[in-house]
Structures are given as C-alpha cells and as structure tokens.
Write a protein that binds this ligand. Sequence first.
Ligand code: ATP
Ligand code: MG
Length: 428
Amino acid sequence: MSQKIQAIRGMNDILPEQSIWWQWVEENIIALASAYGYQEIRPPVVEKTELFKRSIGEVTDIVEKEMYTFEDRNGDSLTLRPEGTAGCVRAVLEGGLIHNQSQRLWYRGPMFRHERPQQGRYRQFYQLGMEAFGFAGPDIDAELILITANLWQRLGLTSGVTLQLNSLGDPESRARYREQLVAYYQSHHAALDDDSRRRLESNPLRILDSKNRQMVEINRNAPQFFDHLDHGSREHFDQLCRHLERCGIAYEINPRLVRGLDYYSKTVFEWVTDRLGAQGTICAGGRYDGLIPQLGGRESAAVGFALGMERLILLLQQTEEAPPLARSPHAYLLLLGDAAQQQGVAIAEKLRQQLPRLRLTLHCGGGSLKSQFKQADRRGAEVALILGDDEVASATIGFKPLRERREQQQLTMSQLHSQLQQLIEGEK
Ligand code: ATP
Ligand code: MG
C-alpha cells in the first residue's frame, strides 16, 4: 500500500459532525443578512499581492509574515486572501457598485494566513463579514454591531461575549496622537521588544496591540487616543454609544483597542470572550473611510466587520451539546427482495417529488432486515419504511416509527403520503 497523503498543517477538514454546526450558524447569518437588507458578494480567493500590500499596509503582521504569496505561471505575484475587506472593496470599485450609491454587502469564505496553528488559530480559517459603503453616520456602525448582537442571541450565546469599543479618530487627530505615542515609547526604548522597536518607526499604533507580555505593562501607561480625539469623531462615537444604549446593548470602552490593519478610522469594535484562551476575539470590525481612495476609488465612507467562524463555533460548543438543527432523515426506506430492489429507487424518487421537504434516505446495497433497521436507527431516522416483494405486489408499504413505541402499520401509498406530510409539518 502506498503512503497516505495528509492535509496541510493548520488547514482542517470540516467533517460531517462539525459541518452541522457550520450550517446552523450560516443559516442564521443568511437569515439575518436578508432581514437587515445585506446582499451577498463572492470575490475570488486569490488576488494580486499588490492589493493586500496597499490596503492592509506593508508594516502589519499579515503582510510582513503571514501571507501565502506565490508567482503564477505568468510570473505575476498572487496571494491567497488573508482577509475579505480588500477583495470586497476591489470588487465594488471594479463593478461600479459604489459610484453615487450606497451598498450593504456580506461575504463568507476561507482566508489564509501562515500563523502558528493552535486552538482558534489556523492557516485556512473562515470568516463571515459584512461591509457597508456610502454611509458616514454612526447609525450604520450601530446597525452592524446590532446584527452581530442579534446573531449571538439567535445562537443562544447570551453570556460570555463582551463588546469593546474605541475610536481611532480622523487622520489629523491620529497624526497628533501618533507623535505623542512615539515620544512615550522613545522614553521607554530600552524596555521595548524587537517588534515594537521596528514598529516605532513605521506603525507605532500597532504597538498598542502587542500580545507580548513584556509590552502589556508599558502599554498600560501609554497615552490614550481617547483624550486626543477630534470633535467630529468624538461626536460620532457618542452617538454610536447612544444608539447602542437605546437598543439595550452593553459595551465597554477600551482605549487600547486598535485594529491589526492600517485602514481603520473612527469606530473600532471587537466582541471578545474569556473562554477561548488567547484567541479571545471572535468578531472585529470598524470604520475604514480611508481605504477606498487608497485603492483608487473616490472618497467614500465604509464600515464593516469580520467574524471568525471557528472561534464562534468553538464557543458555541462549550455551551450547547448539539446544534438545534433537524438534519436527520424523516424516513429511511428498507428494501427486501428482488422486486423491492428493482422498484425502490423509483418509489423513493416519487415520494421526494411529491413531498419536496421530505428527507428520505434510501437503503442501498441490500442486506438482512435486521442490518437495514440498524442503519435506519444509526442515521437517526424518525421512521423506517419497509418495502418487500409482497408490498410491491399489493402497492403498500410498512411504516414503523423508530423514536416511539408504536407497532408497524401497513399503509397504502396515499396513507403513507399523509403520514409523511404530518411528520414534516410536525417539525416546525
Ligand atoms: P488576532 O489578534 O486573534 O490574530 P486579527 O486581528 O489578526 O486577530 P482580524 O484580521 O481582525 O484578526 O480577523 C477577524 C477575526 O477573524 C478575528 O477576530 C478572529 O475571530 C478571526 N481570525 C483571524 N485570524 C485567524 C486565524 N488565523 N484562525 C482563525 N480565526 C482567525
Ligand atoms: Mg492575527
């Protein structure tokens, strides 16, 4: 036998017992997106490397050390997308979707970052994101936060996640703050780690985001942006807070909250949990009014978030045993004897045509009555349908509920039809 080929480290299979969780979360997200008027956009997974360098910024963890970049056969430098916003903005610009109009969009899919794999941190991971273009006011910032809060509620996540907010101001106030910050860090130069020293030149705000324990102490005493906010950003932020209060959404102001990406301004927010160790951020977002001109578009307001699907699901699995999704079959059709084997496929198909919402699994491959019943039970079916040669001859079928103590009945096809209908309707 030849050796088995294994998956790439940090790129996981989502096997069926996990995918039911994914489907449950995604179904809720899709329902919410349409409830709030957001349309799906599906940009490709690969983009020109230049797109990410220009949008995320050269001096960020992602661009410096996490991207999967390669040369294709034409010699072009391409990159597997490490996040969704850059591709989304490129697509709306290219498609002319934000020329004199606003858009509410969402996307989902795999992202790729070469990080050290551990719980909640993978090399291929999935994000669900929403982006709103062309809205400058805090109402849309509030709406995006409310969508996420609504999602937690629908998923039964009523505790364990906290909303943190901050404002990164406008470019001018950011520049003023930056100077103060550089002066502060320079006065602590000897105590800075290597990463921070490097960032001091290029991107001092990112030092605040450092996860290095040595830096946490220094960061604690760093000057806070909040004290340097421009009037407009302050007003914007206060209004956002009022909207959230009116909707009963609790929040904490975290003056050290900055985003890992360069393009944010004004609102930034994160939903964090203390139940996933160091990988505690399940959703992160904010306003990035500066990005669109940076990518060649006309000045336009933009705000969005991305949530990490794996982290959200890990969190849900800590509180719920199974997702409340009926994915098991209503019925499992057993076939005994030659005539039944011959007719079974067509009979099952006819039932599915007549009852489009019916989940019916057909037994394939023969075997004894006992082993077929065992399969029906293992698949979680509500009822077993038994088709033997006698049933084929008399156009009837055996109907045996598997989840309650009830005798097997012989039904005509029209009786079967109404029994199955009842099963389907009883589910809601
Ligand atoms: P972190 O600080 O945890 O590295 P980040 O700032 O790099 O996060 P973002 O780029 O803001 O993360 O991505 C948004 C969300 O995507 C994160 O809050 C997280 O839930 C998820 N995420 C980011 N990187 C990974 C990864 N490597 N594996 C799994 N989920 C991830
Ligand atoms: Mg990261």
